[in-house]
Design a binder for this molecule. Structure first.
Ligand SMILES: [Zn+2]
Length: 193
């Protein structure tokens, strides 16, 4: 017997996936980052070795505040990744920070004030990381709020999430999924007879 909340969650998930698939299937498949291309890196390294004499080192221009903003975002993201690994959620590879936050809120692991805190921290950090000038008030907000957020995330006690073994009829993925009839790889929703 499934709990009503679980069934509702699945229905919402299916509706979202169906909507997304109808709307634009490609948007869902954009990953948060690209894998480094080893052959391109080798090409660049060789170029740099050949032109070493014309390149001066030690010209990084990152301020201490910007470093703090970067570490704040990284600390949050590392904790979130850990939580999602524990949950065993097969969607986590493609989740960005905000998606992970909303999932945790949906699963009632974090409250609204934590969600808002993380959102505002990430907004400031993103500005800094993208080279925008950030003001002292925002920097201080991150410094003050980060420990609260990290403590909240650290103290999340995740429940075991049951995973279903599935075989996807569309992309032929064989593995585990949070939902009996949703492929975690291509997000296809199929009818299981
Ligand atoms: Zn699939």
């Amino acid at each position: 017997m499934q709990k009503e909340s679980e069934i509702n969650e699945k229905l919402i998930c299916l509706q979202t996936l169906t909507l997304n698939n109808n709307f634009s299937p490609t948007i869902n498949n954009i990953s948060a980052y690209n894998e480094p291309n080893n052959s391109k890196m080798k090409e660049v390294s060789n170029y740099i070795k050949a032109n070493k004499s014309t390149i001066s080192s030690d010209i990084t221009n990152v301020t201490d505040d910007e470093k703090i903003m970067f570490s704040a975002k990284l600390s949050i993201e590392k904790l979130l990744n850990k939580i999602f690994q524990r949950i065993g959620d097969s969607y986590n590879n493609r989740f960005g920070i905000m998606q992970m936050i909303f999932e945790l809120q949906k699963m009632e692991y974090i409250d609204a004030i934590t969600v808002d805190s993380i959102k505002q921290i990430i907004n400031v950090c993103n500005s800094a990381i993208h080279g925008k000038v950030i003001n002292k008030v925002h920097i201080n907000f991150v410094k003050e709020t980060l420990p609260f957020v990290l403590n909240k995330l650290q103290n999340i006690k995740t429940k075991e999430v049951h995973l279903f073994p599935i075989t996807c009829p569309r992309c032929h993925y064989v593995g585990q999924s949070r939902y009996l009839n949703v492929c975690p790889k291509c997000e296809f929703v199929f009818v299981d007879d």
